[in-house]
Design a protein around this ligand. Structure first.
Ligand code: HSE
Length: 439
């Protein structure tokens, strides 16, 4: 091993992931140096509040509350951005790049919304921007798609890519815990975003899907193309009814390169309980990828948390250090495809998306109501797979009705729901979730 000087790192942000990264770098310093060919030394770190107690040894590291001093520090080779959010992270990353520094980031929002700008700036400056930790925590899904599967045409991928949603759904199913109670647990464990609405409304998963789709299909990053639905308002009743039909409810992200164009969507989904994806629980994430050559393959692991996410950050650091001696144009392209080879593939129109559905409605318990509902579905060529009328609560004026449909076009389902909700025997709005059997 040549006797090269240490590579000097500045870390922006000493929260959950920042502390985890410092701990992993320190604990595994010997192995990391043997892999990278040089030692990796954190020389400076910034945090908003330096007096806050942290589970990390910061001795020998220059600490500051001003992240701007790090991105312009000539002594620093690589900036690790772990602040999150768009600003000031975007400004700091762009400044670091303009000052000739390589960047490692865990910031999915930044990459999903401003990645095109960040990568263009990095190309101009001849530096690398690595972001494995931005998607699925410790699972090396970006590296897998970008490098290991480079010989495939990626047909689709589907995954559980928000640990907080998975944690909440698992606790609701297993402990009948309330939504708010388990969200507070996920926050205390450091899984949730600073604004947990990003988790529960599907935005965080949509950021991650934007990144995965770009790398899988060679399309520019475009967050606005993702259909985004979260788990807010999901009821314990739906989890129970789904279980009775042999399904679990998971928050899934789908990227599909189909004959009608590209579909990008995140939403709660009923998955048959026998499938591996249905049994990925708590904060674990999993991504099922289907390449034309490799077929379907599943990656699974911790999707959030200090050290799993640090694992990806440090893996990126080693990659960047290994690439320091490589000409910028010869490094692995950030988005897997050469920057001038990204294509604007057409999107599948929303109404053309096909899926099976779970419907839950409440109706007056009188003759002819079910017949009317099935007539409406039949008139729109929606085929029913199962229909149930669970026992109503004592004294309830209406009864719940659960329907599973076969695959249907989204536009037909929208029209069916509109017509059924107009019926005077139907109470309130219809709850609907998509069903995916992966068959
Ligand atoms: N809030 C995110 C999650 C953290 O729950 O998955 C990891 O990106």
């Amino acid at each position: 091993m040549a006797n090269l000087p240490p590579v000097k790192i500045g870390v922006l942000g000493l929260g959950t992931v920042g502390s985890g990264t410092l701990n992993v770098l320190r604990r595994n310093a010997g192995e990391i140096t043997r892999r990278a060919g040089r030692s990796i030394e954190v020389v400076a770190a910034s945090a908003r509040d330096l007096s806050r107690p942290r589970p990390v040894d910061t001795s020998g590291i220059r600490l500051t509350t001003d992240p701007y001093t790090l991105v312009e520090d000539p002594d620093i080779d690589i900036v690790v951005e772990l602040i999150g959010g768009v600003e000031p992270a975007r400004d700091l990353v762009l400044r670091a790049i303009r000052h000739g520094k390589h960047v490692v980031t865990a910031n999915k929002q930044l990459i999903a919304l401003h990645g095109n700008e960040v990568f263009a700036a990095a190309r101009e400056a001849g530096v690398s921007v690595a972001f494995e930790a931005a998607v699925a925590g410790g699972i090396p899904v970006i590296k897998t798609l970008r490098e290991a599967l480079a010989g495939n045409t990626i047909q689709w991928l589907a995954g559980i890519i928000n640990g907080t949603c998975n944690y909440i759904l698992t606790a609701m199913a297993e402990r009948a815990a309330s939504f708010d109670e388990v969200l507070a647990e996920a926050q205390a464990l450091g899984y949730a975003e600073a604004d947990p609405a990003f988790d529960i409304d599907g935005v965080d998963a949509a950021h991650k899907l934007t990144i995965l789709a770009a790398i899988a299909f060679g399309i520019p990053l475009d967050f606005d193309r993702v259909l985004c639905e979260g788990i807010r308002g999901l009821e314990l009743d739906d989890i129970r009814y789904a279980e009775q039909l042999g399904y679990r409810i998971k928050h899934l992200a789908f990227a599909v390169n189909g004959t009608r164009g590209i579909e990008l969507r995140v939403h709660p989904t009923l998955v048959p309980e026998r499938l591996m994806l249905a049994n990925v629980n708590d904060v674990m994430n999993a991504v099922l990828i289907c390449g034309d050559a490799v077929g379907p393959m599943l990656l699974s692991g911790a999707g959030a948390g200090a050290e799993p996410t640090a694992s990806s950050v440090v893996g990126d650091l080693v990659d960047v250090v290994r690439g320091l001696s490589v000409e910028a144009d010869n490094r692995v392209p950030s988005l897997a495809f050469q920057p001038d080879a990204l294509s604007e593939a057409p999107m599948c129109p929303a109404g053309e998306i096909e899926s099976a559905y779970y419907l839950r409605l409440r109706a007056v318990d009188q003759p002819g109501v079910l017949a009317e509902i099935t007539r409406i579905l039949g008139s729109l060529r929606i085929s029913i797979e199962a229909i149930r009328q669970p026992e109503p609560a004592a004294g309830a004026a209406t009864v719940p009705i659960i329907i599973l449909t076969h695959t249907v076009r989204e536009a037909a389902m929208d029209e069916a729901i509109r017509q059924i909700e107009e019926r005077p025997e139907i109470e309130g709005r219809i709850t609907r979730y998509r069903v995916e059997t992966f068959e």
